[in-house]
Ligand binder design. Structure first.
Ligand SMILES: Cc1cc2nc3c(=O)[nH]c(=O)nc-3n(C[C@H](O)[C@H](O)[C@H](O)COP(=O)(O)OP(=O)(O)OC[C@H]3O[C@@H](n4cnc5c(N)ncnc54)[C@H](O)[C@@H]3O)c2cc1C
Length: 277
């Protein structure tokens, strides 16, 4: 049952879910899935899209923004937009979850799973976790950050977070609060791509994309840290569209960060990645 609906930013909402279970067996970084077929209000739209696409609409994955030690389960969803002439089909599920889900509604969720988690023996591998996220890619990292701050006192974190605008930054206040509670263990580096006056947003807020210079600052010892990267990458739809046009798909956030990490000398087996298509 949806116990609470928290509006995080103009296009992002956290749904706090009450499951009736006292103990929830999930790891920070896990996701659950939501099948769009369960929503009567989407029925005609789902069937129409299935006719157009020639395949059944699959369940959508949503990472938990809550951490396992917290009382409630929560997911945080960013609304996908339809951009005329750019987006091939209107997005199906996220607009409903973000804009039309009310307290008291019931949702069937399936879970919990996913390989993008902190290993139980993480502290034998490193004392520094570097989170590199864009947009809703911060969701699983936020969960891992909260969990590690609570349970792994020897771990330090650097949280590099890219957004288009300052008002798009999900968990902005909570991240700030965690940084003031753990000044020696958490450093946050925001970077804003589509606003000029980032200086007025406070220290640690840069202008531009995540690039090698920013990553060099975040990663003083490339062979000793563990890096968790989450955000948009080249989707199978991008690959198909590029093939049709006879071009190569343009690297997106994930591909460009992975190339920069390689150039900085971070070993591949020290990089965990989660791809949001
Ligand atoms: C492991 C994982 C975890 C995730 N966690 C989160 C999270 O915590 N928060 C969050 O907000 N999101 C998360 N996502 C993304 C989420 O699962 C959805 O992809 C997102 O919400 C969009 O779903 P939608 O139904 O609104 O859009 P969709 O209907 O899936 O459409 C999305 C885009 O794909 C295009 N598209 C769809 N079908 C086709 C087709 N056949 N051909 C060409 N283009 C097509 C559409 O045009 C549109 O641009 C996660 C994804 C993964 C894989």
């Amino acid at each position: 049952m949806v116990a609470d609906v928290i509006i995080e930013t103009p296009d992002t909402t956290t749904l706090v879910l009450f499951t009736g279970n006292d103990r929830l067996e999930y790891l920070a970084g896990h996701f659950l899935t939501i099948d769009p077929h369960q929503f009567e209000s989407l029925e005609r739209f789902t069937s129409f899209l299935e006719d157009l696409k020639g395949r059944r609409e699959p369940p959508r994955a949503y990472s938990m923004s809550s951490a396992p030690h917290e009382r409630y389960l929560a997911v945080t969803v960013k609304e996908e937009r339809y951009v005329s002439g750019v987006t091939r089909f209107p997005p199906l599920l996220s607009p409903l979850l973000v804009k039309r889900t009310l307290r008291g509604m019931r949702i069937v969720v399936t879970g919990f799973t996913g390989p993008y988690t902190l290993a139980p023996d993480v502290t034998t591998q490193t004392d520094h976790i570097v989170h590199i996220c864009a947009g809703s890619g911060s969701v699983p990292n936020f969960s891992m950050l909260k969990s590690a701050l609570a349970h792994h006192p020897t771990l330090r974190h650097t949280f590099v977070y890219s957004n288009k605008k300052w008002n798009d930054v999900i968990f902005r206040d909570e991240l700030g609060r965690l940084a003031s509670q753990h000044p020696d263990r958490l450093k946050i580096l925001h970077t804003i791509t589509r606003e000029d006056s980032t200086g007025s947003f406070g220290p640690g807020v840069r202008k531009g994309r995540v690039d090698q210079a920013l990553l060099r600052e975040a990663i003083p010892s490339p062979t000793e840290c563990l890096v968790y990267v989450c955000g948009p990458g080249i989707s199978k739809f991008d690959v198909a569209a590029a093939k049709e046009a006879g071009t190569q798909p343009q690297p997106r956030f994930l591909e460009s960060v992975l190339a920069d990490l390689k150039a900085l000398g971070v070993p591949n087996d020290r990089i965990k990645r989660e791809f949001y298509g």
